[in-house]
Write a protein that binds this ligand. Structure first.
Ligand code: NAD
Length: 359
């Protein structure tokens, strides 16, 4: 299978390389001068994949000063883990010319990226995404950060990685529920993009069965789409906000369940809620289409046992809100491939849309 390569056209640009059984030593050597590395991973991914990655870096002439493992899960994307990782880098003697390799899902990528953006005011950063969500979404675009007890992603920065390399072999050990979670972001981007990428969503069933050709095609299409959106609006002053499709209600559902509902499942229900809103506001009836696509990705269409009022309250604390505006701003679809953003939605309309997915 060919190596897929997408250049994210920001300044400076960075490559995203996707393949099966990647020659990581060769890829790293082709892109970067060897130096001192630290590998950050989590307690699920580390034992499975870190030794091979460490050997590949050494083969490429790097000195691996430290392999750091945080407990798997969202709580590691917090200030305690941030302080621990940064402290460990200092104790390992990493200097400004060091590079942090983040091997893991979105949690390790966001945490590692934020450490790399701030340790000694910035060191090199390479993303080695191992979850489907991280491959299709979080490893591209440069958003890094950690959660505060007061809310998700409240502390963060933008940091361009020097390289993103995703080996589809890593997905073999990813739990099925996490695979579906990643597909939620694929469905999101296919709906936003339209065209060929939307047609590729026919392969969702095969992706769910881990067909490597289909997964590779969907990952590359997602990376290409995200790279284009990010290149137009890296700092999210405008259109990049479309990538939050389904996330307004989705984040509300996550917070209302105390993060018991996984991100991908919350976004799935959030997109169905957005489709209900679009039917009401824009006359675009894409509800059945959303439900078909998300079901074939193995995702739930509803988040039962959640209270609408709790979701609304959590949405009110979202960081995407603007001061002094009582209305929620939504990304909605006028049609496949035709997102509109900044659509003001009154509380009563939002309540009805949430009601459609929590009942
Ligand atoms: P995650 O990092 O917690 O990974 C999900 C689970 O899968 C974890 O238990 C992890 O240990 C495990 N895992 C990952 N790869 C594995 C593998 N190959 N084999 C076995 N187990 C594996 O979560 P995620 O779903 O990857 O990412 C979610 C996070 O990403 C959230 O914190 C979210 O806010 C963030 N995110 C960031 C961006 C961005 O632009 N920065 C975009 C979307 C999401």
């Amino acid at each position: 299978m060919d190596l897929g390569r997408v250049e994210v056209p920001v300044a400076p640009p960075y490559p995203v390389v996707v393949g099966v059984g990647l020659d990581l030593a060769g890829i790293v050597s082709g892109e970067l001068e060897p130096g001192v590395a630290a590998i950050l991973t989590d307690s699920n991914v580390g034992p499975l994949h870190a030794p091979k990655v460490g050997r590949a870096l050494e083969d490429a002439g790097w000195r691996v000063a430290e392999v750091l493992e945080v407990p798997a899960g969202e709580p590691s994307k917090g200030l305690a883990a941030y302080a621990e990782v940064a402290g460990a880098l200092a104790r390992a003697g990493l200097t400004r010319d060091g590079t942090l390799f983040a091997l893991g899902g979105g949690v390790v990528g966001d945490l590692g990226g934020f450490v790399a953006a701030t340790f000694m005011r910035g060191i090199g950063f390479v993303a080695l995404p191992t979850s489907l969500l991280a491959m299709v979404d979080s490893s591209v675009g440069g958003k890094v950060g950690v959660d505060l007890p007061e809310g998700k992603n409240l502390l963060g920065s933008f940091l361009r990685p020097r390289l993103v390399a995703a080996d589809l072999d890593w997905l073999q050990t990813l739990p099925q529920r996490e695979l579906s979670g990643g597909l939620a972001e694929v469905v999101k981007m296919g709906l936003l993009s339209g065209g060929e990428y939307f047609d590729d969503l026919d392969g969702l069933g095969a992706a769910l069965s881990r067909d490597p050709n289909v997964l590779r095609a969907l990952i590359l299409a997602s990376v290409r789409f995200k790279a284009r959106v990010v290149a137009e609006d890296e700092l999210e002053a405008g259109r990049r906000v479309i990538l939050n499709y389904g996330h307004t209600v989705g984040h509300g559902l996550e917070a209302a369940t105390g993060y018991a509902l996984p991100h991908g499942e919350a976004v799935s229900a959030g997109m169905v809620a957005a489709a209900h809103l679009a039917r009401e506001r824009l006359g675009a009836d894409l509800v059945a289409l959303h439900e078909d696509l998300l079901s074939s990705a193995g995702l739930p269409l509803r988040a039962p046992a959640v209270e609408t009022e709790k979701v609304l309250a959590a949405m009110g604390r979202d960081k995407k809100r603007l001061t002094g505006d009582a209305r929620q701003r939504f990304v909605l679809l006028e049609d496949v491939g035709r997102p509109v953003w900044g659509v003001p939605v009154a509380e009563e309309e939002a309540r009805r849309a949430i009601g459609a997915v929590v009942a």
